[in-house]
Design a protein around this ligand. Structure first.
Ligand code: MEV
Length: 441
C-alpha cells in the first residue's frame, strides 16, 4: 500500500529524548551534521557586531526557543521542520498531527501562477488618463528592457527580471483618478522586497518624463497574489463523526470573520515559526495572508475542509513570499543552519513547506477543538511553564509538575495561583496539604 510505505519509525519516541539525544538523533537521520550539532550545543548567539548589520541601536539579541517539528512527510519526502516560537504546544501539535497523517493520510503541495513580486508606482492624481494609458502602452517594453539591462541585471542573469508593467485605474472619493502602475518581477530565490522597490524608483523619472504625470510613491505590494501556494491534506481512513466536526469547524471560519481570525491565526502558528527560523519576513507573509483572506470583500478562513465519499480533504491556498537568499537568510547563522536542515532547493519549495506546515497545524487545532477541547491538552504542556513562573527551582519542578498534573486531571484547568499554592505546600509541608478537591473551592 502506498500509505504504508511512508510510515517510518525514524522519529519514534523523539519527543521523549533529552536535549543532547535529540541533536544526536537529528544527526543520525542526516538532518544535521557534526558542526551544526556543535553550533547548537555551544549555545552561542551571534555577535552584537553582526546585529549592527541588521538593525539600528543594537542592544543584543532576544533569543526565542527553536524547536523541531517532526513526522512531516510532504510530497513524499520527510522533513525536520525548524520552528522558532514561544507558544507552548505548537510544535507538539504539528508533530502529533503529522504522525497521524503519516499513518492515514497525505500532504501534497503545489504552486499556482507565476512567481512575481509586485511593485507599485502611485500617481496620486492623474492629469490625463488617456495619455497615461497610451504612453505606458507605447513605452512598456522599453521600460522593461531598460530596467532589466540596468537595475535588474543580476536578476536577469539568474533567470528572473522584470516581466510586465500594468496600469490600474482607481477612482478617488474626490472624483479624480488615481493611477497605480504595477511592476511584476521574478526575483528568483530572493524574497525581493528591496530590489522591487529599487526597480520602481528607477522607473519613476522615466514614467514622469514620458507620461507627464507626477509619481507620488514607489513600494512593493505584500499582496503578491500572482503566485499562490497550495497545500492539500487528504485522509481516507477517518472516523466520520470527527471528519464531519472538522468540516463544520471549517464552515464556521468560512462564514464568520470572528472565527476566521482565530482559525487563520492557528494556520499562522505553523507558518510564522518556520519563517522566523529561516530568517524570513513573517510580517510580510502575515499581511499577504490576511489581505488575501478578504479577497471577496469579507474576511474568511484561508483553508477549507470538506468531508466527501468517506474522505476528509483540507486545502490551504495562500500567497507566500519568501526567500532562501538575501536578507537574513544566509547572514544569520541560525537561519542559514535551519535552511540547510530543511534542505530546500528553492524559495518556491520553502513556500510549499511553509504552507503545508500551516495546514497541518490547522488540522491539529480543529481536531483538538472539536474533540477534547484545547484547554486540557494545552494545559498539560503549559505545566512546566507554570512551574517556572511560580518560581520553582530545578529540584522542586518534578514534584510541582506531578501535583499540577493531578490537579489538572481532577479540575480540567489549572492556573498560576494553583502553581504558587502548591509550591508553598512543597516548601512548607507542615502547613498541611490541600487535596485537588480543596483546590477547586
Ligand atoms: C491558538 O494559538 C490557535 C487556535 O486558537 C487556532 C484555532 O482556534 O483554530 C487553537
Amino acid at each position: 500500500m502506498a500509505i504504508q510505505s511512508k510510515i517510518t519509525e525514524e522519529f519514534a519516541g523523539f519527543s521523549k529524548l533529552k536535549y543532547h539525544q535529540r541533536l544526536t538523533k537529528l544527526k543520525e537521520l542526516g538532518f544535521l551534521n557534526s558542526a551544526q550539532v556543535q553550533y547548537f550545543q555551544s549555545g552561542q548567539t551571534p555577535s552584537p557586531e553582526l546585529a549592527e548589520h541588521f538593525i539600528e541601536n543594537v542592544l543584543g539579541y532576544f533569543p526565542i526557543p527553536l524547536g523541531v517539528g517532526v513526522h512531516l512527510n510532504i510530497d513524499n519526502k520527510n522533513y525536520a521542520l525548524p520552528m522558532a516560537v514561544e507558544e507552548t504546544s505548537i510544535i507538539a501539535s504539528i508533530s502529533k498531527t503529522a504522525k497521524w497523517l503519516k499513518q492515514c493520510g497525505s500532504i501534497t503541495t503545489k504552486t499556482i501562477g507565476s512567481p512575481h513580486i509586485i511593485g507599485q508606482i502611485q500617481i496620486a492624481k492623474v492629469q490625463d488618463v488617456k495619455r497615461l494609458q497610451q504612453t505606458l502602452a507605447q513605452h512598456r517594453r522599453s521600460f522593461i528592457d531598460q530596467a532589466n539591462q540596468s537595475i535588474a541585471q543580476g536578476l536577469v542573469r539568474r533567470g528572473g527580471g522584470i516581466k510586465d508593467i500594468q496600469l490600474r485605474i482607481l477612482p478617488r472619493p474626490d472624483h479624480q483618478i488615481m493611477g497605480v502602475i504595477h511592476v511584476l518581477a521574478d526575483t528568483c530565490d530572493a524574497m525581493g522586497a528591496n530590489i522591487i522597490t529599487q526597480i520602481c524608483e528607477y522607473l519613476k523619472p522615466k514614467i514622469e518624463h514620458y507620461c507627464q504625470e507626477h509619481v507620488s510613491m514607489c513600494i512593493l505590494s505584500n499582496l503578491n497574489d500572482t503566485r499562490l501556494t497550495q497545500a492539500t491534506i487528504t485522509i481516507d481512513d477517518i472516523n466520520p463523526e470527527l471528519a464531519t466536526r472538522i468540516a463544520d469547524a471549517s464552515l464556521f471560519a468560512e462564514l464568520d470573520p470572528y472565527r476566521a481570525a482565530t482559525h487563520n491565526k492557528g494556520i499562522l502558528n505553523g507558518i510564522d515559526p518556520v519563517l522566523i527560523a529561516t530568517g524570513n519576513d513573517w510580517r510580510a507573509v502575515e499581511a499577504a495572508i490576511h489581505a488575501y483572506a478578504c479577497k471577496d470583500g469579507q474576511y474568511r478562513a484561508v483553508s477549507q475542509w470538506r468531508y466527501h465519499n468517506q474522505c476528509l480533504t483540507g486545502i490551504l491556498t495562500i500567497p507566500v513570499m519568501v526567500g532562501i537568499v538575501g536578507g537574513m537568510t544566509q547572514l544569520h547563522p541560525t537561519a542559514k543552519l535551519c535552511l540547510e536542515m530543511l534542505g530546500v532547493p528553492s524559495a518556491e519549495m520553502l513556500a510549499r513547506i511553509v504552507t503545508a506546515a500551516g495546514l497541518v497545524q490547522n488540522l491539529g487545532a480543529l481536531k483538538a477543538l472539536t474533540t477534547v477541547g484545547l484547554v486540557q491538552g494545552h494545559m498539560k504542556l503549559h505545566i512546566s511553564n507554570l512551574s517556572l513562573s511560580a518560581g520553582a527551582t530545578d529540584q522542586e519542578i518534578p514534584l510541582l509538575q506531578k501535583k499540577l498534573e493531578e490537579l489538572l486531571s481532577f479540575r480540567k484547568r489549572i492556573t498560576l495561583s494553583n502553581a504558587i499554592e502548591l509550591l508553598k505546600e512543597i516548601r512548607h509541608p507542615n502547613l498541611g496539604t490541600t487535596t485537588p478537591q480543596e483546590q477547586t473551592v
